[in-house]
Ligand binder design. Structure first.
Ligand SMILES: *Cc1c(COP(=O)(O)O)cnc(C)c1O
Length: 396
């Protein structure tokens, strides 16, 4: 090949030599605490199916029942003929769950973030983001034309100094509610105070808090007790704790109507199948009515944290024990791969997370738990992690 596509091969070869190469494994089972992957059964600590709903019989039944009645494809975008009554019901249920006036369902969280930022902000505006925010927020910020400023992770003072210097036009603060690769929480109360002080609007991406945090699982906003006035833009995803697919933005009637009128990522894409909304409605019902799922998660997390402490497995401290995401940060790509492979040899799946997903030098195993795991599963994980950390020299 003599055009520039020929330059792809050497780049790929280079990635392979630095343990940075990414490979997809093939799943041959449903999501769950045990999965069959690349033909092997493994205890799964890499999924975001925190409430174990992705393969819950009632969720599956709602999906198949709706597919039986309404078919599979939605046929068109929401503004044409794809906006099914089930999508409307889901939006009402999400608004009610989150205590917001309205909610709007998007086909994915990535699209919701891009659509929202591109619709609300433009040239002359300013967007303040936590350094560890999800890639979709960073990409949305880069593409919306606003001046983008990134503050040090959870550092309110740094944020305030940036606000003083750079706030212009429509100012927005945006943060992950629960950070996706670290499992720690954003300081939402302080962020809401700063937003008010600087006349900025606060937005939270609650992909990993929705379904998990708060008394009824309504997420980070409920946990921090922030109403629509204090936290006007709440985004959550439906493919993680809720176990289905898609995402939503919740807030005022005017916010939602504006997105319907102008968000290109909403308008110019095919609506999710109606069956997805039926399944999500069933999952929402379970999330609200079965707090024991969150209780079980909490007890697994307590067990894991205290186990790591007593065995010298390195853990970042702090509030992380509230969330089902626990990073074991080992540094280099090579060590992260070695530890992940060690777990693999013992039939445990914990995928190594490497740059650029996380900062250089902080490669890690991102361990995630589900309400479907048992205490015995956690004990097995601790045993294998302890010997694995010993093997790669990562015990503290
Ligand atoms: C997963 C994730 C998204 C993207 O959501 P999808 O529905 O998977 O596209 C957005 N933000 C955060 C913080 C996430 O973890």
């Amino acid at each position: 090949m003599d055009n520039w596509l020929g330059q792809l091969a050497p780049k790929l070869q280079q990635a392979q030599t630095t343990d940075a190469y990414r490979r997809r494994r093939e799943l041959n089972s449903a999501q769950g605490p045990w999965v069959s992957i690349d033909g092997r059964r493994m205890l799964n600590f890499s999924s975001n199916d925190y409430l174990a709903l992705a393969n819950h019989p009632e969720v599956v039944e709602a999906f198949t029942d709706a597919a039986g009645r309404y078919g599979v494809g939605s046929g068109a975008s929401h503004l044409v003929v794809g906006h099914h009554g089930l999508h409307h019901q889901l939006e009402c249920a999400l608004a009610d769950y989150t205590g917001r006036e309205r909610a709007l369902v998007f086909s994915s969280g990535y699209m919701a973030n891009l659509g929202l930022l591109q619709t609300l902000l433009g040239k002359g505006d300013s967007l303040f983001q936590d350094k560890l925010n999800h890639a979709s927020l960073i990409d949305g910020g880069l593409s919306c034309g606003a001046k983008q400023l990134r503050y040090r992770h959870r550092d309110i003072e740094h944020l305030e100094s940036l606000l003083q210097k750079h706030a212009q036009g429509r100012a927005m603060l945006v943060t992950d509610g629960v950070f996706s690769m670290d499992g720690d929480l954003a300081p939402l109360t302080q962020l809401a105070t700063l937003a008010e002080r600087y006349n900025a609007v606060l937005m939270v991406d609650d992909a990993h808090g929705f379904g998990v945090l708060g008394e009824t699982g309504a997420g980070s906003a409920q946990y921090a007790n922030l109403n629509q006035q204090q936290l006007p833009i709440l985004m959550g995803t439906l493919g993680k704790a809720l176990g289905v697919a898609g995402a939503f933005v919740a807030g005022s009637n005017d916010l939602v109507e504006t997105l319907i009128q102008s968000a290109r990522n909403y308008t110019y894409t095919t609506a999710l199948p109606a069956a997805c909304s039926a399944a999500t409605l069933a999952a929402l019902h379970i999330s609200r009515s079965e707090p024991q799922r969150r209780e079980n998660l909490k007890s697994l997390l307590r067990q894991f944290h205290s186990g790591c402490q007593s065995r010298g497995i390195p853990l970042p401290s702090g509030e992380a024990s509230l969330t089902p995401i626990v990073p074991i940060i080992v540094g280099s790509n090579q060590r992260a791969m070695a530890l992940s492979n060690y777990l693999g040899q013992h039939d445990m799946l914990a995928v190594a997370i490497r740059p650029p997903t996380v900062p250089v030098g902080s490669a890690r195993l991102r361990i995630s738990f589900s309400a479907g795991h048992s205490a015995a599963d956690v004990t097995s994980l601790l045993d294998v992690l302890e010997s694995g950390c010993k093997e790669i020299g990562a015990l503290v």
